[in-house]
Ligand binder design. Structure first.
Ligand code: NAD
Length: 347
């Protein structure tokens, strides 16, 4: 067995160790599991490692990338799909960045529907009541999903699964995507029409400079009164101040949030014994029509298994076969100049 590959996993949780440890060992990758997130203060922990294995809230800004590169790290292996936390321009030419483009679109789409159903059928309230032997139904009136219009922003892998689930409920589906899948039979409309006509809006697009605050005070203004917002993609898609105002003015009827703009120092940890310094989050948590989960949508056994399998394969192929599988695109939209298509590596 080749034990020369050394890696460090940042922000590792017990479920990561459980899904990764055996696979990494079997592939000959000796790995340190570290609870701390990667940032400028912790980057030294990657000393002597060829690869760093990171997650959604690890900091891969230019200074961290530069330090990793100077320490001799060759590969950043994201154990997630999104890479909005990576300064891709800073990485190009220095560190190869690979990811897990798909692990279970079902996990995220099903979580989005679970949150939607919980919210509109008041399951979270009913659960707490019956635990206290309160069997009253007052205040638990819900709404049918059948016949409602759902607007889906982003019709990639997760968006499409979510659309299928919604169709199963007898919902009308409108969608917006700058790259529509014309053969899918999905009813694409402009973003404005989607905002105006939807009873429920679910976000399934990546966080980019074009999509940051795609939900803002102007878009909320266009929406139907009582609209339900579902965000299982990235917190930065929603301007949290506009969300709060929309809820306070009763324009937004409910919000289901698996992600939050300022989640990086809060989510994934037990903060129950601490004073919450984020006033906006504290306010949202108190609202009866806001349901928050802690970036949990990906967390199924199947997804964890697939994430570990692809990540280990990405690292193994890079070091053993000099090949970058699932490398992110550092210069999107320049396919004709794409070196990787010719040589298997971007640089
Ligand atoms: P995907 O790449 O398959 O699909 C993304 C879609 O968004 C594409 O069709 C793309 O054309 C579209 N898009 C790009 N720019 C857009 C814009 N301006 N407006 C509308 N649509 C736009 O990605 P996916 O696997 O479906 O994942 C979607 C997102 O879900 C990821 O980017 C990630 O942020 C999020 N995610 C969250 C979790 C979680 O645990 N909460 C887990 C996995 C992924």
């Amino acid at each position: 067995m080749d034990n020369k590959i050394k890696a460090v996993m940042f922000d590792s949780k017990p479920y990561d160790v459980e899904s990764f440890a055996d696979k990494l060992k079997a592939a000959g990758i000796s790995t340190k599991f570290i609870e701390a997130k990667l940032n400028e203060d912790t980057v030294e922990l990657a000393k002597d490692c060829g690869a760093v294995i990171v997650f959604v809230n690890d900091d891969l800004s230019a200074p961290v990338i530069d330090k990793l590169w100077k320490m001799g790290v060759k590969l950043v292996a994201l154990r997630c799909a999104g890479f909005n936390n990576v300064d891709v321009r800073a990485a190009f030419g220095k560190l190869h960045v690979v990811r897990v483009p798909a692990y279970s679109p079902y996990a995220v789409a099903e979580h989005a529907m679970a949150m939607l159903l919980t919210s509109i059928r008041r399951i979270h309230k009913a659960y707490n009541r019956t635990k206290d032997f309160n069997f009253s139904l007052s205040g638990l009136t819900g709404t049918d999903l059948h016949g409602k219009t759902v607007g889906v922003v982003g019709t990639g892998k997760i968006g499409k699964v979510f659309i299928d689930i919604c169709r199963g409920f007898g919902m009308e589906v409108l969608a917006y995507d700058p790259f529509p899948d014309e053969k899918s039979g999905i009813n694409y409309v402009s973003l404005e029409e989607l905002f105006k006509k939807s009873d429920i809006i679910s976000l399934h697009c990546p966080l980019t400079k074009d999509t940051k605050h795609i939900i803002n005070s102007d878009s909320v203004e266009m929406m139907k009164k009582g609209v339900v917002l579902v965000n299982t993609s990235r917190g930065g898609l929603i301007d949290s101040d506009a969300l709060l105002e929309g809820i306070k003015s009763r324009k937004i009827g409910a919000a289901c949030l698996d992600v939050y703009e300022e989640e990086s120092d809060i989510f994934f940890e037990d903060r129950s014994g601490h004073i919450m310094n984020d006033d906006l989050l504290a306010r949202l948590v108190t609202m009866p029509n806001v349901l928050i989960t802690s970036h949990q949508a990906f967390l199924t056994k199947e997804a964890l298994e697939n994430i570990a399998e692809t990540t280990v394969e990405n690292i193994s192929k890079f070091f053993n076969q000099n090949e970058t599988c699932n490398e992110i695109c550092y210069q999107c939209g320049k396919a004709e100049k794409c070196r990787k298509m010719r040589s298997q590596k971007c640089f």
